[in-house]
Design a protein around this ligand. Structure first.
Ligand SMILES: Nc1ncnc2c1ncn2[C@@H]1O[C@H](COP(=O)(O)OP(=O)(O)OP(=O)(O)O)[C@@H](O)[C@H]1O
Length: 327
């Protein structure tokens, strides 16, 4: 098996990827050694705190910028150096698509179709993105959400094998967001690989087969949504009756935090801890008010990461990236 064949096993593959922006004192390294392997036909979400380096990474994967270190392969090719081969096979939806706003929606799509090999019919692209009824409207008159959908229509015009979506649902209302999710799932069913960045954890949880959370230019957690949350402790909350101090709880359940009578227990084994708690409560004839037990959500996992996070600009910008993010 040659290197290219090996890398073509994955739709997208990055190894030790780095991106440094030029500037004073050696510039700023926004991407600090990222490894990614996205399978064909998978929806992969890149999450992160603001300034984590998502867009900087996606631009490298799209071939819009040259890495300062490491390698990228998209469909087995280098998207920067072999751009002519890769570009016709990928679709790119940037955070802000810039196109002439005096044209109508249909004219805009037609213009792009003219520069795209094997483009979908204009009507099909508009129907797919729910813009069928807006074909004759000038782009400048579209709402922010409709512009996002137009960006998406342009990105999928060439029936891409790999689709890059940078915050595809920012500015959409709840229904618009769900429509976009349905469309992305349909594209996956048709075999398209989708890599998206998002600020909406619900979006990643509901859409992504796998995801990676970035912070400070590194991937600090990765896996299926279930795997990423499984590594986080579950939480039990309740209020003890007056006159029952938290110190009376069994040793294994001593509260992680306690605020008067309100108690929060964090545990890696929710079933066991909850069983012990309920057994103790029955034996001690204690009523647990407002009892609430839940597994960690992706949102909690993310917030934990953000909480532990320090400002990446405060960290050393060493090229070797030896410092560890706090996760
Ligand atoms: N052209 C540039 N020159 C210098 N620094 C840059 C440049 N573009 C981005 N950065 C810095 O690189 C870091 C990562 O930015 P990037 O836009 O990739 O993050 P992001 O995760 O996409 O953020 P957001 O969620 O806010 O869009 C930030 O600290 C940003 O200020």
């Amino acid at each position: 098996m040659t290197n290219d064949e090996y890398e073509y096993e994955y739709a997208i593959r990055a190894d030790g990827l780095r991106r440094r922006y030029a500037g004073a004192r050696g510039g700023f390294e926004a991407v600090r050694g990222i490894d990614l392997a996205v399978e064909h036909g998978e929806i992969f979400a890149l999450l992160g705190t603001n300034g984590a380096g998502k867009t900087s990474t996606v631009e490298l994967l799209e071939g819009l910028a040259e890495p300062s270190g490491g390698t990228v392969r998209v469909l087995g090719r280098d998207p920067y150096r072999q751009r002519a081969e890769v570009r016709p096979r990928i679709g790119v939806m940037l955070q802000e698509g810039g196109f002439p706003s005096d044209l109508t929606v249909a004219e805009t799509v037609r213009m792009w179709a003219g520069c795209t090999t094997g483009a979908r019919p204009v009507g099909e692209a508009l129907e797919l993105t729910g813009l069928g009824g807006r074909a004759a409207v000038r782009v400048k008159q579209l709402s922010g959400g409709e512009r996002r959908r137009l960006d998406l229509a342009l990105a999928l015009l060439g029936r891409p094998e790999v689709l890059f979506l940078d915050e595809p649902t920012t500015g959409l209302d709840a229904e618009g967001r769900r429509e976009t999710w349905r469309l992305v799932r349909r594209l996956r069913e048709g075999g398209t690989t989708v890599l998206l960045t998002t600020h909406y954890l619900e979006e990643a949880e509901s859409l992504a087969d796998r995801l990676a959370i970035m912070h400070g230019g590194r991937i600090v957690a990765a896996g299926t949504p279930a795997e990423v949350t499984a590594a986080r402790p579950a939480r039990i909350r309740f209020t003890l009756p007056e006159g029952v101090p938290a110190g009376r709880l069994p040793l294994s359940l001593r509260a992680a935090s306690e605020d008067g009578r309100r108690v929060e227990i964090r545990t890696p084994d929710l079933q066991q801890a909850l069983g012990e708690l309920l057994f103790w409560a029955r034996e001690s004839a204690v009523r647990l008010e407002g009892l609430d037990a839940r597994s960690a959500s992706l949102e909690e996992a993310f917030l934990d990461i953000a909480r532990d996070a320090t400002d990446p600009r405060d960290q050393t910008t060493d090229t070797f990236g030896t410092e560890k993010a706090g996760v």
